[in-house]
Design a protein around this ligand. Structure first.
Ligand SMILES: Nc1ncnc2c1ncn2[C@@H]1O[C@H](COP(=O)(O)OP(=O)(O)OP(=O)(O)O)[C@@H](O)[C@H]1O
Ligand SMILES: [Mg+2]
Length: 239
């Protein structure tokens, strides 16, 4: 079976600057969870942006779910099931929790907002009961952890096939990180593929079956978390 995501030899630059990603080539299989790790500035966020339609490629191609999506724009990728949770807690602060979920459902189909929310209500409540309690509260008034839960809940509404996550544990307390990762396990159990960027390689190693190490815009190692641990991981990270 073909992979769900194929990133084929992509080179990416910001404007006229020199490239920050060079010939990056890897894939994510259906149902697979891949961890993407590397030092600050290695190009991890840039890679997620390039995959999700946020940056033009200088060379190479991206294929998703059997189609070339190199030039496909983000809203269309969302409808096809490629969802990105960008760095930071990306919620719409002046809207309530419920309205944030409605907007996520609208991005799929404006005519089916209520139906979609009804379909995922139980799952969201089981994972994040606090969001049901606070459904009328403005998202901007939630704590950082609650905002991150809301951004994961928005992704649940959008029904991803592939979820790209940029440092989902950043700045959160350990207990909240556990809750976020439990919700990612629930995604995985439903067959959702994931590409998870983390500084915290121990945490992501527990959640993924393969690690990809990026250094200075190039993939320098790939392997299972057991193959890539300790000294092997350190030497890939730092060169
Ligand atoms: N908008 C931009 N314009 C120009 N250069 C950028 C821009 N965003 C990032 N860069 C550069 O691209 C390189 C890779 O940055 P990127 O944010 O992808 O790294 P990262 O691996 O996500 O780092 P971190 O772990 O700190 O989040 C860096 O050298 C950065 O300065
Ligand atoms: Mg980053």
């Amino acid at each position: 079976m073909s992979a769900l995501l194929n990133v084929r030899d992509i080179t990416v630059a910001y404007g006229q600057h020199s490239p920050v990603l060079h010939d990056v080539d890897f894939s994510v299989d259906r149902g697979e969870v891949v961890g993407l790790v590397g030092m600050n500035g290695a190009g991890k966020s840039t890679l997620l942006k390039a995959i999700s339609g946020g940056l033009k490629l200088r060379a190479g191609a991206v294929e998703f779910d059997g189609a070339d999506v190199t030039k496909t724009e983000t809203p269309e990728l969302v409808r096809r099931g490629l969802i990105v949770l960008a760095e930071g807690h990306r919620v719409i602060r002046p809207l309530t929790v419920r309205e944030n979920l409605e907007v996520a459902a609208m991005s799929l189909s404006p005519a089916k907002v209520r139906q979609r929310l009804a379909e995922v209500e139980d799952l969201i409540h089981a994972l994040f009961p606090v969001l049901t309690e606070r459904r009328k509260q403005l998202a901007g008034l939630l704590s950082g952890g609650e905002q991150q839960m809301l951004s994961v809940a928005r992704a649940i509404v959008q029904n991803p096939k592939l979820l790209l996550l940029d440092e989902p544990s950043l700045g959160l307390a350990p207990l909240v990180i556990d809750r976020i990762y439990e919700s990612l396990d629930a995604f995985r159990d439903r067959g959702v593929s994931m590409l998870i960027v983390e500084q915290n390689s121990d945490r992501v190693a527990k959640a993924c079956s393969r690690l990809v190490v990026l250094r200075e815009g190039r993939i320098v190692a790939q392997g299972s978390p057991t193959e890539l641990s300790g000294a092997a991981l350190n030497s890939a990270y730092f060169g």
